[in-house]
Design a protein around this ligand. Structure first.
Ligand code: ASP
Ligand code: MG
Length: 420
């Protein structure tokens, strides 16, 4: 399973988003990027064989680019093109090493997706069946399939991507369908760290953690894995190993279902920044669950991600990204309820996410953590605890996020010999 070559997806996203979009230019630059690599890797007959397949793929890329730009899945089709070329290159590299290999598109491999443009998810049932019909026989014949990551085919037979960085998730979907012994994700960092190294200089590599911890961490901050990667692996207890392409000797992080003894209260402290709290006030809203449901429905219509919800007798507060505030307010405007008394927005806050095992069952954890936060002088704007036993999350003003993370890391993350 492969992602696109470095920089290729960004190039396609920028190119299609630009007003001065010129198909011929895009094809030229795109092709040059790939040919430069191919020329370094192949020569003679091998290059000829590669070029035959390459030219056919390039013609189909050009057709995709020239398709109707108003089609809701146009961006998905174009931005997933990099994977169709990196898979071709890699399968030819394997062939040139004497291996049997074939490049497979998600369509040929049987990866099915559903959902809205640019943010699909895998239809695991259909994918399971198809992968076992189309990919397993290849493996049994000793042929190494190199499959395009990042997207699946939707009901209309169109490519639908899984969001940026989605190849990790594709890998998990295929590993789960094949009941693999292990899923390895090769990336550009040593694995999951105990904090963002740009914020905390003495971060530790997390040697092992369980699915719950990894999922919370991937979702709330650490950009190591696509946040949905863990779930398909967790469902079938497939261990996930995150490795660094540039330092293969580093053991990386191993994620599995076991809970080992821990010598540290917290594994990691991450943060999601640039968020806003929208607070809606309405008398005794707590006694009107249907109204809360309608508010959530309105927000969800625009696929806005809600990071946290908190309610009181007469208010309900939502945490969402700064960029989603305006469209959320517009949506709330369309609510027919006349008894919303006030809507308040507090922007530029961050969600601090403390990840550890079994935090709920350990007595006094919140006391310790909030005690430390108080010492930093940070005002806590919102708290989310109890929803997951692997994380305790709370909201602070953006300007306090660095000092809060540093203090919590220094106090509660303890490792041995530079690892956790
Ligand atoms: N190439 C896609 C991206 O850049 C998918 C991936 O890298 O996983 O988002
Ligand atoms: Mg990636």
């Amino acid at each position: 399973m492969v992602s696109a070559m470095s920089g290729v997806t960004n190039f396609l996203v920028d190119a299609t988003g630009s007003d001065r979009f010129d198909c011929a230019d895009v094809v030229k630059t795109f092709s040059e990027k790939h040919l430069l690599v191919a020329e370094k890797l192949f020569e003679g007959d091998h290059m000829k064989e590669f070029m035959k397949e390459y030219n056919a793929k390039l013609a189909s890329f050009e057709r995709t680019l020239r398709d109707d730009r108003k089609d809701p899945f146009y961006m998905d089709a174009v931005t997933s093109s990099g994977e169709r070329f990196s898979s071709l290159i890699l399968s030819h590299v394997l062939k040139s090493m004497g291996q049997k290999s074939v490049a497979l598109t998600s369509a040929a491999a049987g990866i099915h997706s559903a959902g809205v443009p640019l943010s699909g998810y895998a239809d695991l049932k259909r994918t399971d069946a198809d992968i076992n019909m189309k990919v397993r026989p290849l493996l049994e014949q000793g042929i190494i399939p190199i499959i395009t990551g990042f997207y699946g085919m939707n009901d209309m037979g169109k490519p639908l991507t899984f969001g940026r960085g989605g190849s990790d998730y594709s890998g998990a979907v295929v590993a789960s369908a094949l009941m693999a012994d292990e899923l390895q994700i090769w990336t550009d960092v040593d694995g999951f760290m105990s904090a963002d190294p740009r914020i905390v200089p003495d971060t530790l590599r997390i040697e092992e953690m369980n699915y719950g911890e990894a999922a919370e961490l991937a979702y709330f901050g650490a950009k190591v894995l696509h946040p949905r990667t863990i779930e398909p692996a967790r469902q079938r207890h497939i261990p996930v190993r995150v490795k660094n392409t540039f330092r293969p000797e580093s053991p990386g992080t191993l994620i599995h279902h076991l809970r080992g003894p821990k010598n540290s209260l917290l594994m990691s402290v991450a943060a999601k920044t640039d968020l806003s709290i929208i607070t809606i006030s309405s008398a005794e809203i707590a006694y009107r669950p249907a109204m809360v449901a309608r508010i959530i429905e309105k927000i969800a219509e625009k696929n806005v991600i809600i990071y946290s919800i908190s309610t009181s007798l007469s208010t309900v507060a939502f945490l969402l990204h700064n960029n989603d505030v305006q469209q959320t307010l517009n949506q709330l405007d369309t609510l027919v309820e006349t008894d919303i008394e006030k809507i308040n927005v507090k922007s530029d806050v961050a969600l601090v996410c403390c990840v550890g095992d079994d935090l709920l069952d350990k007595c006094g954890v919140s006391g310790d953590i909030f005690g430390a936060v108080k010492d930093v002088g940070t005002n806590v704007e919102m708290i989310s605890e109890g929803a997951s036993d692997s994380s305790l999350n709370f909201v602070v003003p953006m300007e306090m996020v660095v000092s809060t993370i540093r203090t919590l890391h220094a106090k509660f993350v303890r490792g041995k010999d530079g690892r956790l």
